[in-house]
Design a binder for this molecule. Structure first.
Ligand SMILES: *Cc1c(COP(=O)(O)O)cnc(C)c1O
Length: 402
């Protein structure tokens, strides 16, 4: 897709996020298609990009939702994702969140500890309901991704080990307030190797067979988590058909619906963060390009040292190494270090690629900077899907106390 970033900058000012909705459609359909040999549910992980219009776009494609807070559940319901396609995960659900999830009657609550199982049972008892649950198993495989986004090793806080999972299924089966219907694993994010996924699904599928034989519990949903990687630099990606095949092979003989919870894969490459050059300067012989966007808008470089491709929209062939930095008062406020870029001038535009996932959703108001405008691009048109925040927006909850 050829996007006129300059025109968008004139129309909406900078910085801005723009998302190609046609790309989102393509990604969703590709993954859904890969699982067509079986019953499947693609539950989009809302935390990757939770803009209501993005979630609505996925709702219109018949996607479900994977949520990690009751706020995300409410976003999903708000745009018409049916309750029976909504899953609630996360290691630290509050009593209030659990109760609301039960009242909304969503598909299932994904349990991440024994303590949580007891809490959910208690809440269900109070409401006199039966809670549909799944258990997040930590298969202890190394997903070979960044440590901050690796979740499937015992050293991570996520899920429970296999023996604990078995105990939990036994308790759930005994309880009149719990209905164990699913199993879940999510080993990490930005996965680019198929082998760890294969190892994990084989371990979890064996567990499903085991609890069927030993405990007479027949699970209906096999949730393989999300985590499919995207291109930031020159990664070689997992082929979605091979991915689906590995999962379907592991499930041989089991009558389960496959659930997949992609976030980044659906929206990551759809998004662009566009910022404007303010100044260039050199400290000693170090070149800095200072732009109007900052770590509060796109945190991934600062948080994970993540790489994003950066493109300068000018015709200057003279290049040199530089750091691209924002105006925030932190040395950690950078988008890239030691990259080769053309010399720039005031107002030159810079496009930061692959910013559709964990970009805007991680934004903050640090340094009293309003969150930037979000724009949808679809079938050649552009439209605002969230206004740029004004100073008044930022102080509205404080001002009344002066
Ligand atoms: C974050 C998360 C996802 C989505 O991860 P991606 O890497 O964006 O696909 C899926 N499931 C769970 C439980 C998560 O926490």
């Amino acid at each position: 897709m050829n996007i006129d970033f300059k025109n968008l900058a004139q129309k909406y000012q900078t910085p801005y996020y723009a998302y190609d909705f046609n790309h989102i459609t393509k990604q969703y359909k590709e993954l859904k298609g890969a699982f067509k040999a079986r019953k499947s549910l693609i539950s989009y992980a809302i935390k990757a990009n939770s803009n209501l219009s993005v979630v609505k776009h996925l709702a219109d494609l018949e996607s479900g939702a994977d949520c990690v807070s009751i706020g995300e559940v409410k976003r999903a319901l708000k745009v018409g994702i049916p309750k029976y396609k909504i899953i609630f995960s996360g290691v630290g659900k509050t009593d209030e969140e659990i109760k609301q999830a039960l009242e909304f009657d969503i598909l299932m609550i994904n349990l991440e500890s024994e303590a949580e199982l007891h809490r959910v049972e208690l809440m269900a008892k109070e409401l006199n309901k039966e809670a549909r649950i799944s258990i997040r198993v930590n298969p202890n495989v190394d997903p070979k991704t960044h440590p901050y986004i690796s979740t499937g090793l015992h050293e991570n806080k996520f899920g429970v080990d296999i023996n604990t999972a078995k105990r939990m299924y036994i308790s759930a089966k005994k309880s009149e307030f719990l209905d164990p219907i699913g199993i879940h694993c999510h080993i990490g994010s930005q996965l680019t190797e198929l082998t760890p996924i294969k190892e994990a699904v084989i371990i979890v599928a064996d567990l499903v067979r085991n609890i069927k034989a030993a405990l007479d519990i027949e699970l209906k949903f096999f949730d393989v988590g999300g985590g499919l990687g995207i291109v930031y630099d020159n990664e070689k990606l997992i082929d979605t058909y091979e991915y689906a095949q590995v999962i379907l092979d592991a499930l041989f003989g089991l009558d389960v619906t496959v659930v997949c919870e992609p976030g980044r894969f659906i929206v990551g490459n759809s998004g662009y963060f566009v910022t404007k050059v303010l100044y260039e300067k050199t400290n000693g012989d170090k070149r800095f390009v200072i732009v109007d966007g900052a770590m509060n808008d796109l945190l991934r470089p600062s948080l994970y040292n993540a790489y994003h491709k950066i493109e300068v929209l000018n015709n200057n062939s003279e290049k040199s190494k530089c750091n691209v930095v924002g105006p925030v008062c932190e040395s950690g406020d950078f988008f890239a270090k030691n990259i080769e870029l053309p010399l720039t001038q005031h107002d030159d535009l810079m496009v930061i690629h692959s910013a559709g996932a964990y970009g805007f959703t991680m934004a903050s108001n640090y340094n009293t900077r309003g969150k930037v405008v979000e724009i949808a691009l679809e079938n050649g048109d552009d439209r605002v899907i969230r206004d740029r925040e004004s100073f008044e927006d930022l102080i509205v909850l404080e001002e009344k106390y002066l």
